[in-house]
Structure formats: C-alpha cells, structure tokens
Design a binder for this molecule. Structure first.
Ligand SMILES: [Zn+2]
Length: 302
C-alpha cells in the first residue's frame, strides 16, 4: 500500500470509472484529508462524500466533472469531514442527496437510550444539519448509465454509516481505513455494531476497498481480520484490568491504566473508546453495572 498524499483537488483514477478527488483538510483525525469519489466516466456522474464545507473543494469537484452532469450525490455518513458540502453541490447540480438517514439514524437501542439520557458525542464532528433527500436502505441498489452501487448499512463508526459496493470494490467510508482503526465513540459509535459490520464486510470477499481517508486497501480480508483482532485485544485488556480491580472500576480509571503511555490530550478519546467497549461487554453480559449505563458507571466482571 502506498500512502503518499495525493495532490488536493486533482482527480486520480482508482479503477476504471472510479476517480478520487482529495479534499484539502488534512489533520490527525482525517489523515491526508477526505477522499471524495466520482463514479462513472460518461455523461452522468455520482459523487460520493462531497466532503467538508470548502469552496476550493467544491470548485475541484465541479472541474473534475466538467462536461458531465452530477446526477446523484451519496454520503457514507454525516461527519463534518464527509457530508456538509453535499448541500451546496446539490444546489449547484440539482442532484439529490442519498444516505441511510440523518445523523441520529441507525443507532442501536442501547445507544438510543444512552443519547436519551443526555449523553452526547465527544466532539467528533457530527453534521447535525445533514438532511438527505433520499433514504437508502440496506441492500438497495442505485445506478446511472455506467455506474451502480449497492448500499450496505454498516453501523459501528456511526449509526447511519453506509459502505457502498461497486461490484467487488467497496467504498468503506470511515468503517475500514488502511492508516488507522476507526473511531468508535458512543452514542454514535457502537462496538457491537462495528464488529458485526466488519464480519459482514468480510463475507463480501471484496477485491479492493476504497476508504474515506488514505490509500486503497489491496488486501481487504487481512485488514478486516486486523480490525477485528485489534478490537478483541482491547476487550481482553479491559477484562483483565477489570478483573485485577480492586472493586468496580469506571471507564476513566480503566483507560488511565490501559493507556498508561499516551499523551494527556488523547486520554478523553481513550476513555470514550473504553466506555464503548464496556457497553458492548455489558450488552454481551460479560460485565455488569448497577443502574443505567453512564460514562461514570462502575463496572464489575460477570
Ligand atoms: Zn467519520
């Protein structure tokens, strides 16, 4: 896998009929920036993940699609580095915006309850204004003259996350990336769903994955296996620390023991990740806490 950042704004062919335009938003969370994908090489183009609110990136997408019509916009999930430019691109092109749903869509019942209790996201950049015109259900296929995609509902990184299968190439948004494991932060992120979505993607036997950030993944099964084993390893660490006690422990205490060496500014994200795992373990009946799930809940092994 080559992982040298391409030039922002330039269109690069990834596969016949699939091009990538990099948005100029590099950061520790977005790697080299957001990959916007253009499907089709004829007169009708589908734009996947228009990206962040950025006029230069809008110009780059319009330049790359000049001479053709943008007939469809599809958004993998409504984080601010993927969805906000969709509205302006739709106004410009007349294309409708298709997605699984608005930002709260697709949450599991346990995450719905957690959100209802007032627990909010950790500032991961949810696009609360995201309003798709057309809702795509799992397995739904949409097509243009020379492109076709199947929507795969893959919650885990976010409840409304879709992967998009173009034959044996899958656009994986932020669910599978080559450069980092995906952020899973409740109530949008859900470890139980994330693991299920990874297992489901593995069954697709894709030839190649094209992620929302970073280079294409040339060995999809190896990457999915790594993601699953990475999460299982974290789960084992949490159970071990919880077993060592003494007494019930909170996500914050567990995170400071497990992530003993990380810089202090990364600790809040680590605490959310541990909490995400504790919720999954509680759902599986492997840990218990008195009362409703909350970030300061004390957990004990079962
Ligand atoms: Zn995301």
């Amino acid at each position: 896998m080559t992982d040298t950042a391409p030039e922002p704004g330039a269109a690069t062919e990834i596969e016949p009929g699939l091009r990538r335009v990099l948005a100029p938003n590099p950061s520790p969370m977005t790697h080299w920036g957001t990959n916007t994908y253009l499907l089709g090489s004829g007169r009708e183009i589908c734009v996947v993940d228009p990206g962040p609110e950025d006029s230069g990136h809008l110009e780059a997408i319009l330049a790359a699609t000049r001479g053709a019509r943008i007939s469809q916009i599809v958004v993998t999930h409504s984080h601010k580095d993927h969805s906000p430019l969709a509205a302006r691109l739709a106004a410009h092109s007349g294309a409708s915006i298709a997605a699984f749903g608005p930002s709260e869509a697709g949450r599991s019942p346990v995450m719905q309850a957690l959100a209802a209790s007032g627990f909010a996201g950790g500032g991961e950049g949810v696009d609360a204004d995201f309003a798709p015109d057309r809702l795509l259900s799992d397995g739904e296929v949409i097509a243009g003259p020379d492109w076709s995609l199947e929507a795969l509902h893959t919650p885990g990184h976010m409840g409304n996350h879709l992967c998009l299968a173009l034959g044996d190439v899958i656009l994986t948004g932020d669910h599978v990336m080559g450069w980092a494991s995906s952020l899973v932060s409740p109530p949008d992120g859900d470890v139980s769903d994330f693991m299920g979505s990874c297992a489901r993607l593995a069954l697709r036997q894709a030839r190649r994955l094209a992620p929302g950030h970073g280079a294409p993944i040339e060995d999809p099964l190896a990457r999915l296996d790594w993601l699953i084993s990475h999460r299982r390893g974290r789960e084992a660490q949490i159970l071990e620390a919880l077993g060592a006690g003494p007494g019930p422990l909170t996500a914050d205490t567990l995170a400071s023991r497990i992530y003993a060496d990380i810089p202090p500014h990364l600790l809040p994200a680590a605490q959310r990740n541990v909490f995400a795992h504790l919720i999954d373990l509680a759902v599986k009946g492997m840990v218990a806490t008195p009362g409703a799930l909350a970030p300061d809940s004390p957990f004990t092994p079962v």
